[in-house]
Design a protein around this ligand. Structure first.
Ligand code: HSE
Length: 306
């Protein structure tokens, strides 16, 4: 096999109280990429569609993660990468992550899978780090593993797969403004109050427990972020109105998707997630800001060959 086409899904990182460690995978939105072996040694970005991204491999997120993997091998051939970018950069639903994992996943398939998913995540971290100026994997791991993932540690890289309750649906509104992850990280405090930390880890622990036990009421009471949301929500127009409307429409909760501006909510039925979509639409229709909304089952498969 010399060429492969893949679907690299969008993700929701942080999931309220799980800043930098928890994420889940979406199934209704993602990029497609073609990875091809070439006689020439090296990594070459040969086509970019959808958004304006650099062709120099060293400056392209998919290229940087591909180079990290390529340099760990000793191959007498190279790879061409075509990117059909559908996830808008700076949207908060893992645009850079989809690029970062897509190249290494595709190359790994063409090579007969020499690396496992955790090792692929380690290569992808290099691409994500170039985009966001920070090494984290909460948006990469769910794209590769599917479902919910918990990044227990970066060094050594340890990723836990968390069960996905079967009736869980996500609704995500993406206001068409760009928030750079690096800027959304720069506004965060370097230290937090112990009382906030206690609240956060209690919610985080109970959120993980609720996912293991499919306890939707516990998911509802755990989806709260007292550390990051108070700062980042100021960057997102009408954030609190959207959040309130989703709860009124029956959602289990809502929060900032990744570093924003997208806002995610979780619901325990498809019907409710569609009602949440209508509620979000109602708020944003009056703002003059363009937006799109996705309703998605949690994607437990993750990245895949097309
Ligand atoms: N955990 C990261 C953040 C995800 O919120 O900054 C976005 O890259």
């Amino acid at each position: 096999m010399n060429e492969i086409k893949i679907f690299s899904p969008a993700t929701v990182a942080n999931v309220s109280c799980g800043f930098d460690v928890l994420g889940f995978c979406l199934d209704s939105v993602g990029d497609t990429m073609v990875i091809r072996k070439t006689d020439k040694k090296g990594i070459f970005i040969t086509k970019v569609e959808g958004f304006d991204l650099p062709y120099e491999a060293e400056l392209n997120v998919a290229g940087v993660s591909a180079l990290a993997m390529y340099n760990a091998l000793d191959l007498d051939f190279g790879f061409e990468i075509e990117i059909n970018k559908k996830i808008k950069p700076g949207s908060g639903i893992g645009s850079s992550a989809a690029s970062a994992v897509g190249s290494v996943f595709g190359m790994n398939e063409l090579l007969g899978r020499p690396f496992n998913k955790t090792e692929l995540t380690a290569f992808a971290i290099k691409g994500e780090a170039m985009a966001s100026k920070s090494e984290h994997a909460d948006n990469l791991a769910p794209a590769l593993f599917g479902g919910f993932t918990l990044v227990k540690s970066l060094s050594p890289l340890q990723i836990l797969e968390i069960p996905t309750p079967s009736n869980l649906y996500a609704t995500i509104i993406h206001p068409q403004i760009e928030i750079k992850t690096s800027e959304a990280r720069a506004i965060l405090p370097k230290e937090v109050a112990l009382t906030d930390a206690i609240t956060q880890w209690a919610n985080f622990g109970s959120l993980i427990h609720s996912l293991h036990t499919s306890d939707y009421e516990l998911i509802k009471s755990s989806l709260s972020d007292v550390i990051v949301e108070p700062h980042r929500s100021k960057l997102i127009p009408h954030y609190q109105d959207v959040k309130n409307a989703t709860i009124e429409a029956g959602a289990l909760g809502a929060g900032i998707s990744g570093s924003g501006p997208s806002i995610f909510s979780l619901s325990n039925s498809l019907e409710i997630s569609k009602n949440v979509k209508d509620a979000m639409k109602k708020i944003y229709s009056n703002t003059g800001i363009d937006f799109d909304i996705h309703v998605s089952k949690i994607n437990t498969e993750g990245i895949k060959v097309l």
